[in-house]
Every structure is written in structure tokens, then in C-alpha cells.
Design a protein around this ligand. Structure first.
Ligand code: ATP
Length: 363
């Protein structure tokens, strides 16, 4: 039987490189739990494209309920080319999870890792440390599976912005900026990324954001049009702090931003709702490299660090924060000391990254 103070983590490895990056991450989590005396159990749950192929459902109701009942969910990646629903659309059980659990805030930290060169040669790129807060339940994705095609002549998708979710997204963003300002010892700034000059929905989003901003006088607030942000993320990404944005904009900008710090293998994420959270790398199943032992598990390890931190914030105890710091420091230290994964031109595969990080957690 599980002891009363035990935290239960549902692990959904998924497809492609998902099982490869989650396996090493779970092993590291177990090591951290031993070191810090954390009561942690993991339960592996099957979902994804191959689950659909084999069972006819991408995520059973029983699996959903077990994930929902867990204290946190660690997810690899889901989907596979060639395995699709009968209407030709891609399987997206991880998107269903976001919608059903109300995970409106996709927290995507973009932080340069020492020794890892991103797309920019400018030495200031070493200072990149921003967070995209991608709204993850509405925006253009509210139309997912609902778009209409009219007489093979016209197609329509409807974007949805609500006051309720925009307020919550703004509060999460300002809370995050305040926490970062305190930790980093510098003022915080939240920049809403929108297209308020063209669309009413974004003018509305901006109005609601400004109302919330007024309640955080210690944090600077401003706005940036999404097209200008795409340019400035290349020109001066080191100038930004917290960037809340609509779902589709966040989807696109977070891939662009991952390129600034070495690629998808380095970009973690946390999808947060009021009571639930899913932690997963920002990347997909990478079918081109699956099964070769070369997937970079860094994004998943850093997502696990975010999970430990979040559990600490939710009352699990200081040990969880300490474990989070230690994991992040170990990952960054391993790269600072010369670890180089194949996605950045090196030769250290999944197991080598895991060993280098585990070594730093020894002693
Ligand atoms: P999705 O639409 O599900 O986000 P995708 O097909 O757009 O997925 P990814 O699966 O993220 O994209 O892969 C994009 C590219 O990045 C591929 O070339 C892939 O090999 C590479 N990639 C993604 N994740 C990793 C990783 N962890 N390690 C190494 N390379 C990766």
C-alpha cells in the first residue's frame, strides 16, 4: 500500500523518443527521491499513437482517470506518422489532456545552457532567460476538430479568447515574473504578445491583460505584436522576461525560441491548470531519430525539475524544491563541462546524458 504522504506521478511515455527520454528521467527522479528522502511513486500509463493502433483508443477512460487522480503527470511525446484517425487528423491525446484537465498555462522556459550554442552567434545569447506562457486551452486551438469546410469552397476556424482564461493566464504570468524578479534580483516584466492592431479578439485580450497588470504595480507590463516579436526574438531575445500569448502564437514562437538555445531537445514545459499539471518536453516524438539511443533527454529532465518545483509549491515540502534545484544544476553543469548531444553536433546519446547527470547526483 502507498504510504499517506507519498506523491504519485503518472508517467505517460507515449511514442517515438517519448519512452526513451522518460525512462532515463524516471531513473533520475528515483535517484533524487532517495537522496532527498522524497516519498515518490511512479505509475506508467499507456497512451498515444501505438496505443490507438493496438487498442482502438489513444487514451482509455481508465487511463485518463488514473492520470487525473495522480499528483502530477510526466509525459514523453505522442503521435506517429501514418497512424491517424479515420478522418486523417493526427492523434493528440496530449491535447485532449490539456483540454479535459483545463491546463490553460503552458509554461515554456527558454534559458541558455552553458556550453550549448543556439542559433545566434552574439555573445549576449548566453544571457537568454525568458519564459513563454502559451495559453493552451482556447485561442485558435478552440477550433480543433470543429473547423468547417463549406462546399469544398471555403474553410473556417474560429479563434476564442475568454475573459476568464485571459485573467488567469495574466495572473500566472505576473506571479511568475514576481517570483523570477525575487530570485534573479532584478525587476520583472510581462509582455503580452498579441495582434491587437488587427483583431478585436486580441484588443479584448489586451484590455483584460491591462486590467490584471494594474494589480501588479511592482512588475512592468507592456505589449508586443506577434510579428514584431518573431523579429525581436532573433534580434534581442536577452531583453525579454515573461511572454504570455495566445495558443497558436505560443505554439509557433516556442519552437522558434527553442532554436535560440540549441533546439527542441533543450526546451522543457509545464502545462498548468488550477488543480492539475502535465510536465513534458516541448518536442514531439521525433520519428526520424527514434529507437537509435540518440534522443536528447535534457528537455524532459528539465521538465521533471519543473515538476519537482511545482510539487514543492503545492505543499510537498522544501525537499522537492531542493531536488529541483539540484537536478537543474546537474543538467547545466554536465553541459558546462563538455557534454554534447548529437542534436548539437556531439556524440553523447541518451544514456550518456543520463550518466553525466546521475554522476553529479552521486555523493
Ligand atoms: P510535433 O508536431 O509533435 O511537435 P514535430 O514532428 O513537429 O512534432 P519533433 O518531433 O519535435 O517535431 O521533431 C522536430 C525535429 O527536432 C526532428 O528533426 C527531431 O529529430 C528533432 N528533435 C526533437 N526532439 C528531439 C530530441 N529530444 N533530441 C534530439 N532531436 C530532437
Amino acid at each position: 500500500m502507498t504510504p499517506p504522504n507519498t506523491i504519485r506521478i503518472a508517467v505517460m511515455p507515449g511514442d517515438g523518443i517519448g519512452p526513451e527520454v522518460t525512462a532515463v528521467t524516471v531513473a533520475i527522479l528515483e535517484r533524487l527521491a532517495r537522496r532527498h528522502g522524497l516519498g515518490l511513486v511512479t505509475e506508467e500509463l499507456r497512451a498515444g499513437a501505438f496505443c490507438y493502433r493496438d487498442t482502438g483508443t489513444a487514451m482509455s477512460e481508465e487511463t485518463f482517470r488514473r492520470a487525473e487522480a495522480a499528483d502530477a503527470i510526466l509525459l514523453g511525446a505522442m503521435g506517429w506518422p501514418g497512424i491517424r484517425y479515420p478522418d486523417g487528423t493526427e492523434l493528440g491525446p496530449q491535447l485532449d489532456l490539456r483540454m479535459r484537465l483545463g491546463l490553460f498555462a503552458g509554461i515554456r522556459p527558454i534559458k541558455a545552457i552553458p556550453g550549448v550554442r543556439g542559433a545566434l552567434a552574439d555573445p549576449r545569447a548566453a544571457n537568454i532567460d525568458l519564459v513563454i506562457v502559451r495559453e493552451s486551452t482556447e485561442g485558435l486551438f478552440a477550433s480543433r476538430n470543429r473547423g468547417e469546410i463549406i462546399e469544398d469552397r471555403e474553410a473556417r476556424e474560429t479563434l476564442v479568447i475568454t475573459r476568464e482564461i485571459t485573467e488567469k493566464l495574466s495572473h500566472v504570468s505576473f506571479g511568475l515574473a514576481a517570483e523570477r524578479a525575487a530570485r534573479l534580483g532584478r525587476p520583472g516584466r510581462v509582455t503580452l504578445v498579441d495582434k491587437a492592431n488587427v483583431f478585436r479578439a486580441f484588443a479584448f485580450m489586451r484590455k483584460v491583460f491591462d486590467e490584471v497588470a494594474a494589480t501588479y504595480p511592482a512588475i512592468a507590463a507592456d505589449h508586443h505584436y506577434v510579428d514584431a516579436m518573431a523579429l525581436d526574438l532573433i534580434r534581442r531575445p536577452w531583453d525579454f522576461d515573461v511572454l504570455p500569448t495566445e495558443n497558436m502564437f505560443g505554439d509557433i514562437l516556442s519552437d522558434l525560441a527553442a532554436g535560440l538555445i540549441g533546439g527542441m531537445g533543450f526546451a522543457p514545459s509545464a502545462d498548468l491548470g488550477d488543480g492539475h499539471a502535465v510536465f513534458q518536453p516541448s518536442h514531439g516524438t521525433a520519428p526520424d531519430i527514434a529507437g537509435q539511443g540518440i534522443a536528447n533527454p535534457t528537455a524532459t529532465l528539465l521538465s521533471a525539475a519543473m515538476m519537482l518545483d511545482w510539487l514543492g509549491t503545492r505543499g510537498a515540502g522544501q525537499g522537492w524544491h531542493d531536488a529541483a534545484r539540484e537536478l537543474e544544476t546537474a543538467v547545466r553543469g554536465a553541459f558546462a563541462d563538455g557534454l554534447r548531444t548529437p542534436d548539437i553536433g556531439g556524440r553523447d546519446g541518451t544514456a550518456s546524458v543520463a550518466a553525466a547527470v546521475a554522476d553529479r547526483l552521486a555523493g
